[in-house]
Design a protein around this ligand. Sequence first.
Ligand SMILES: Nc1ncnc2c1ncn2[C@@H]1O[C@H](COP(=O)(O)OP(=O)(O)O)[C@@H](O)[C@H]1O
Ligand SMILES: [Mg+2]
Length: 331
Amino acid sequence: MSTNVLVLSAGTRNKIIQYFKMALTDKSGKRIGNVIATDMSELAPSVYEADKFYKVPRMTADGYIDVILDICKKEKVTGVCSLIDPELSLLAEHNREFKDIGVTVIGSAYEICESCLDKWKMFCWLEEHHYNCAKTYIDKELFYKDLNEGKIQFPVFVKPVKGSASIAISKVHSREMLDALFSNTDSQLMIQEYLSGQEIGVDCYIDMLSKEVVSIFCKNKIVMRAGETDKAVSFKDDRLFQLVTQFVREFGFCGQIDIDIFEVDGKYYISEVNPRFGGGYPHAYECGVNHMELIVNNLNGIVNKPNIGRYAEGIYMMKYNEVMIKNGEQI
Ligand SMILES: Nc1ncnc2c1ncn2[C@@H]1O[C@H](COP(=O)(O)OP(=O)(O)O)[C@@H](O)[C@H]1O
Ligand SMILES: [Mg+2]
């Protein structure tokens, strides 16, 4: 029986599709399953890498999930994942319906996806469970009270509670600037202690069968662009592996996740989690950290053994642009 993987909202993530296709190819070069991609646009380049493409409505449209369930039935899909944050909760919410037709949702449970979308919820959890994290306020008056009492200082970092892709983030130096930001927005903002240190990205895989952390890849971010890591270098640290393992276990993640961490004065601060393949995952893959293979194993009922830190340090990743050309008949 073949193992077919459905990747939703594939967008510009061509490499993710290519890597899944490779994981679904046996040693003799024979394909052992298909990769099916969806997107709401036929101009999403990654869908042309897939074995099959379905153009679907926007994920917020009525009946969207039924369209996805139909594709799963038609294509005999084994596992489904999404590459965009809001869709992770949607998949988790309908986990039962997927299960009923034999499809595994590659991702974390609903409450977990929701807690990752809401940076205030994440902060409350981290604080309650005694993990180092940036002190955070959603109440501006409470922040001013602490500021007057010397418990926090400018600069601070302001970002939307439900933000993504580094949209509407600011380093704030004064009350005037803070007040202006709060009065000029419709979205809920939060004020965070400014973390001045090395930014780190962690790609982690939690076995979907054993629920154990089986793979961790750490990179120091060198340059960020449009909310994504543009240049980075791999490193290893047992202390960080232990922290990530404990955090992931306690939070209860499942499948692929991407964690943002800061290192400030030798201490690791957990910042945020995207419970999906992050934009920087190709760095891990190209260093031999193949999470697509782990997913395919899980979909075939095989439990992966922990294999943490089996990659080289000092490997650099530099992103660059590519283009795809198609004539109108191919679209
Ligand atoms: N407390 C902070 N101090 C300094 N920089 C921060 C802080 N929080 C976030 N940043 C910077 O802003 C970027 C975006 O913030 P993040 O919380 O990761 O939101 P998202 O990626 O969902 O937009 C981070 O990658 C980091 O560069
Ligand atoms: Mg982030």
